[in-house]
Design a protein around this ligand. Structure first.
Ligand code: FAD
Length: 496
């Protein structure tokens, strides 16, 4: 017997499971992949570990929201996480004119540095930072305050398109683009992505960004430990393929592809909602709900490059680097140039244990539209045609060529290169069209791009990146809301 069955052992499923376990609940997590963690998964080649979906994170600085949740779970001190260089958290390079901007964390330092590049915009920058801080402060959950109103009750400024918010305060077109440089962290679109997505993520990084030392899997492992400490379990290789629902609209059991069946009082769906529609018997959800969930536009996908370096050849970089062909279209980062190579992307040298002067690996991630791989839509991992691999090699080579314009020594330092495309993401996470960040938020229709955590099925709750905000800054907070709904009337927030 188990109290709660959670479907999906990624960031959302494991955080929800750990929060429930911390409150004495016996949890079973069912994960389709052989390795748990979803976006926290790490793979290994030649003894070098690469993280698949968690490279730079907000919320881990002391007193930050995720730091506090991790402390509540008793795992914070065992995590090996470093804060990225606060004096230069990111660099942004425009290849067209070779200009590089360095972005520090900390409100005052941020304004001072950017005002150094754009002196005539100093006051505008101050007003812009005030605005994003005001928006971020208006979200109770984001600040771990017990919340008094619904998620759709936002201040008007939070709901306009993010590019419009920036333009309201900033005159210079290049500075407007520069302020959207980290758009790759949320896949924003001009005229669509709400200002609050830009504001929450920007404010979080203003407070300091962090990354894992070693690998991101360590967080998954510790969350699993918390689940196990309350007699729970995480079962990998358990893809959920069916749900039995009784006449009272209660789930009576969950069925896996391997034939195993699981029964609990309550169930949490922590995989993509479209996957829920796929396995839920027809007629359980209303046609309107089904239509709504299937019609939400996904955020774009991504192409990742994992480079293993020859020992002691390429210097370690203690921050994240962003490259743009030019700094004109920060809102269309998924664009490709005439050779099909991404026009903008980020790269970094993730730190390893006892990091020294030289890096062991480079990770580069470019947002990419799924249309780039649509011609191989009906292929599966391990059985894709040769022209797919030729295309991946061409894109990888183009990305390496662009990084080499800043680091001419790069090609000589490479030992091996591995790649992941939108198809990899689609098949690994079961995320429609390889969407990286789940549902795309639309400022023109905010209700459409968020789902309530409760459903018409009485004992089913939702969690994960599509429900609210994605990434490390969003998914654990939604997990908190889902866990509180199950534990009701025992709130967690006042205990953090
Ligand atoms: C390339 C890439 C880079 C990223 N970089 C960052 C970053 O630097 N910082 C950041 O904060 N965020 C980043 N993200 C986003 C972050 O990884 C996600 O927001 C987060 O992992 C989503 O958590 P989740 O639990 O909703 O989904 P997931 O982590 O995807 O978990 C869902 C789990 O459900 C499982 N599943 C699916 N279907 C079934 C089924 N039928 N039965 C059982 N299990 C099933 C999947 O295998 C998966 O493990 C990145 C994402 C990608 C793809």
């Amino acid at each position: 017997m188990t109290d709660v069955v959670i479907i999906g052992g990624g960031l959302g499923g494991l955080f929800t499971g750990a929060l429930l376990a911390r409150n004495g609940m016996k949890v079973t997590v069912l994960e389709k992949n052989v390795i748990p963690g979803g976006g926290l998964q790490t793979f290994q080649r030649d003894g070098v570990q690469f993280d698949t979906g968690m490279h730079v994170m907000g919320g881990w600085t002391p007193g930050g929201s995720i730091d506090r949740i991790a402390r509540y779970l008793g795992i914070r001190d065992r995590l090996n996480i470093v804060e990225i260089n606060s004096d230069c958290m990111d660099t942004v390079t425009s290849l067209a004119d070779g200009c590089t901007y360095s972005i520090p964390s900390g409100r005052d330092r941020f304004i001072e540095r950017l005002a150094g590049y754009f002196p005539e915009e100093r006051e505008n920058l101050e007003r812009y930072v005030d605005a994003i801080e005001r928006i971020a402060d208006s979200f109770d959950l984001f600040n771990l305050r017990p919340y008094s109103h619904g998620s759709f009750d936002m201040i008007p400024e939070a709901c306009i398109p993010a590019d419009e918010l920036i333009s309201q305060y900033i005159e210079n077109p290049r500075l407007r683009s520069l302020l959207a440089y980290n758009n790759g962290l949320y896949g924003g679109e001009a005229g669509r992505t709400p200002a609050y997505v830009h504001a929450l993520i920007s404010v979080l990084y203003l407070k300091g960004a962090s990354r894992f030392v070693g690998n991101s899997r360590q967080l998954a492992d510790l969350l699993i430990e918390v689940i196990r400490s309350a007699d729970g379990r995480v079962l990998c290789g358990h893809e959920v393929s069916g749900i039995n629902v009784d006449a009272d609209r209660n789930i009576s059991s969950i069925v896996c592809l391997n034939g195993e069946e699981f029964v609990a009082e309550r169930y949490v769906w922590a995989a993509h909602p479209s996957e829920l529609l796929r396995v839920m018997p027809a007629g359980v959800f209303t046609k309107a709900y089904t239509r709504r969930v299937s019609s939400v536009k996904p955020t774009c996908s991504a192409f990742s490059l994992f480079i293993e370096l020859k020992p002691e050849t390429f210097r370690y970089i203690d921050h994240t680097c962003y490259i743009h062909d030019d700094m004109v279209d920060a809102w269309n980062l998924a664009a490709v140039d005439e050779n099909g190579v991404p026009c903008g992307f980020m790269y970094m040298t993730p730190p390893v244990e006892n990091q020294g002067e030289y890096a062991r690996k480079i990770l580069a991630t470019a947002l990419m539209d799924y249309t780039q791989v649509e011609r191989w839509d009906d292929t599966v991992t391990g059985r894709r045609p040769d022209d797919y691999y030729a295309w991946k090699n061409k894109v990888a080579d183009g990305i390496i060529a662009k990084i080499s314009r800043i680091h001419p020594e790069l090609r000589h330092c490479i030992k091996s290169v591995y790649t992941a495309s939108p198809l990899t993401i689609r098949d690994y996470y079961h995320s429609p069209r390889g969407s990286v960040y789940g549902f795309s938020k639309d400022s023109n229709n905010l209700m459409e791009s968020q789902l309530p955590i409760v459903t018409k099925v009485r004992n089913l709750y939702l969690t994960g990146q599509c429900i609210n905000l994605h990434g490390m800054c969003g998914v654990p907070l939604t997990a908190l809301t889902t866990a509180e709904a199950i534990l009701y009337p025992t709130p967690i927030l006042p205990c953090l």
